[in-house]
Design a protein around this ligand. Structure first.
Ligand SMILES: [Zn+2]
Length: 332
């Protein structure tokens, strides 16, 4: 399943190839992929004649900011002329949590008032388990699991391929905020690279008798972390996945928080983990998987102490850990 680094990798790839080109039409091959509006023709009608200004990410959601394609030139001109307004727009953006990111290149949703006057709303995408976004020529033969096609100028196409069919797409009309239509956004906690994900915040969220692994998978505590990076961050912090949150020392919480950011950053730099179904937008597999500490390595030797990595079931998911480096300490 694509996690934050994979989605971030896809976002960057989309920003390289899809911007500022008119969406001329499309084809919905599987109606239930479209989560909003409630009919495929309305979805396509909303997108037709728009162009993507920029792709943003919130948790594992991808959100493309849309403007009217014919308004693009005036929009660019307007931005040049309104240097004053433009700089206030940028400062509104930079006051968002992206300032805390290690590379400064993460793009979260802009504040509502920063939308341009020619806004045509948003295109939202969630890849879920097996979704892929491919940038192809329209003449490229259709994949068996192709679900939605968006036709751009010059014969290009953004194609959504999804074997398991859990992936979703939304068109958010300009009169709505993305959170009103893509309701899953409302439940997301802070981004792991944001200032909001502070030690104080994280500590408050961990005042409960539940295993730390389950807390890390809870998107309301911190957005975008899934099974792989939860296991990896716990290993790096020497914390057993079944450790109850309330048993964590302050120093462990601080270490875990910083290791979460570190492991996500390492994976983004490696362009996402290798998955059966995940491909970045150009169709290139990422390569974090080969360097995992514990994830998917049960039975293999720990890279730190050469003890066999173990796996257990927690909350319906597999947890991978080293029984020597991550001892479950009985306390309280
Ligand atoms: Zn070990």
């Amino acid at each position: 399943m694509p996690e934050l680094p994979e989605v971030e990798t896809v976002r960057r790839g989309l920003n390289d190839v899809t911007l500022q080109q008119p969406i001329e039409g499309g084809d919905v091959l599987l109606d239930r992929t479209i989560a909003h509006p409630f009919s495929a023709p309305n979805f396509l009608a909303g997108l037709q004649g728009t162009a993507i200004v920029q792709w943003h990410r919130r948790g594992k959601y991808l959100l493309a900011e849309l403007i009217k394609a014919e308004g693009r030139r005036q929009e660019a001109e307007g931005r040049r002329q309104e240097a004053e307004g433009r700089s206030s727009r940028i400062s509104a953006l930079s006051s968002r949590p992206i300032a805390a990111s290690p590379s400064g290149t993460y793009s979260l949703l802009p504040t509502p008032h920063s939308l341009p006057p020619h806004s045509s709303g948003w295109l939202g995408v969630h890849l879920r388990m097996t979704g892929q976004l491919l940038w192809v020529d329209q003449t490229t033969p259709l994949e068996k699991h192709a679900r939605v096609r968006l036709f751009f100028g010059d014969g290009k196409e953004l194609r959504f391929v999804d074997q398991r069919t859990f992936g979703q797409m939304w068109w958010v009309p300009p009169e709505h905020e993305p959170e009103q239509i893509i309701t899953g956004l409302q439940q997301l906690g802070p981004e792991p690279f944001s200032e909001e994900f502070s030690v104080a915040y994280f500590t408050r969220q961990l005042q409960r008798r539940r295993p730390i692994k389950n807390a890390l998978l809870d998107q309301a505590i911190v957005a975008g972390i899934g099974n792989i990076y939860a296991d990896e961050a716990l290993f790096l912090s020497g914390i057993h996945p079944q450790t109850l949150c309330i048993h964590l020392k302050q120093s462990q919480i601080e270490q875990l928080r910083s290791n979460i950011a570190q492991v996500l950053q390492a994976s983004i730099e490696a362009r996402g983990t290798t998955f059966r179904s995940f491909r970045s937008v150009a169709g290139v597999n990422g390569n974090y998987g080969g360097s995992a500490w514990v994830y998917g390595r049960d039975g293999d030797l720990c890279r730190n102490c050469e003890t066999a990595i173990e796996r257990l079931r927690m909350a319906g998911r597999s947890a991978h850990f080293c029984p020597m480096c991550q001892k479950l300490k009985a306390k309280g």
